[in-house]
Design a protein around this ligand. Sequence first.
Ligand code: UDP
Length: 475
Amino acid sequence: MTGKTRTFVLYPSLGVGHLIPMVELAKHLLRHGHGALIAVVNPPDTDAVSAAAVARLAAANPAIAFRLLPAPASPDVGAHPVKRDQDTLQLANPALRDLLLSLAGGADALLLDMFCVDALDVAAELGVPAYFFFASAAGDLAVFLNLPYLYPTLPSSFRDMGGALVRCPGMPPIQALDMPWSMRDRESDANKVRMYQWKRIPEGRGVLVNSFDWLEPRALRALGDGVCVPGRPTPRVFCIGPLVNDGSTTGESGERHECLAWLDAQPKRSVVFLCFGSKGAFSAAQLKEIARGLESSGHRFLWVVRSPPEEQGQSPEPDPDLGRLLPAGFVDRNRDRGMVVKNWVPQAQVVRHEAVGAFVTHCGWNSALEAIVSGLPMICWPLYAEQGLNKAFMVEEMKIAVALGRYEEFVKAEEVEAKVRLVMEAEEGRILRERLAVAREKALGATKEGGSSEVAFAEFLRDLDKSSSANGECN
Ligand code: UDP
């Protein structure tokens, strides 16, 4: 614990994928003796986090205060979801302002999700220091900060550049097709929102990043050298991670999932785990192809299957009809060596299980960090958001993963089989495992006393103290 106790207000963007990393940050703050309140915007909108989900998280984390901020959803119902979310967050500013004013001792700092840039206006008005919490790789931050300047100079939208390489400071060359979906069309409203958001991030006092120094030296050098944001100061970056869900955040430590009992009965490092984040889903044809690839690889597997995207859109998510979606007899035929689970497993616990030997992942950053702290080699299959970038970093820079070929179109059974065999049987797999063992040690070391992330966290607190004295403690 570092000196005085402070109260932080954490402000996630809409959706559970943004809320869970904030809960990890809150737990981190509490471990250091500070107070944490998470303000969750709750518009009457299906994409937002439901009050019931917040209540579940609150029950699992009683030391964290949660507040629901009632906010009108964007009036522009026909707008792109990225634009709608941005409008909704902007409309939530008065509710955030009221909350901050209502806090008895005030807030020492506001910790903002990367999309919550308009909350900077509230922070400025009330004189509360605002930092961002960037729950993705430092490499993503380097790219995003640079894109508002780089993108207008490129010959066309990423969508029309295919495999052409984009060069951002501090990054390996990145194929245009790996750029985030929301930014693929330069003229789209979604891209305009993102460019606006990335351009405002430097207005924050600094950025806390859920990563650690050893993992991303090149990106951190570029951020530190100030080359990502031309003509303006780059915000100070504090790598304080990895902050990862150990299963307790989402209340999963209570009853044990049946897949964990199944894993108990499998040999060490023998199981390929396939799971694609909170939203990843495949067409029926692609599911059948994955099934065929897994079957012909001969390896054991634990596979989380969702209904195809066109069958979703309801809440709760419909159960997939495995009999129809997978090849005839697949589940019965593979009963001895495979388990298919519908919709959700306690992933944080699965990746830590010693029976798991490889992880086929969509490359969401939380999944990547969970794999790293478990020393688990990854097979990348990016699906949405910034996952293509994460894939590029993990394969080319960090060398902790391999990627499936043609993941952006349709992955054939032969490719699934080949990459599973490569990681589970070949020399490349052995090298990956060695590299992951080192990454795991470095990740665990970073958050120990004297580790780089603990040092960075202490620096962040010192920076905050400086800002408070500069402001004359006016909040
Ligand atoms: N997760 C889980 N079970 C599942 C799917 C996902 O526990 O079946 C958790 C996973 O452990 C991670 C989060 O949900 O903590 C997904 O975050 P990530 O950043 O990987 O992907 P996103 O869902 O944001 O795309």
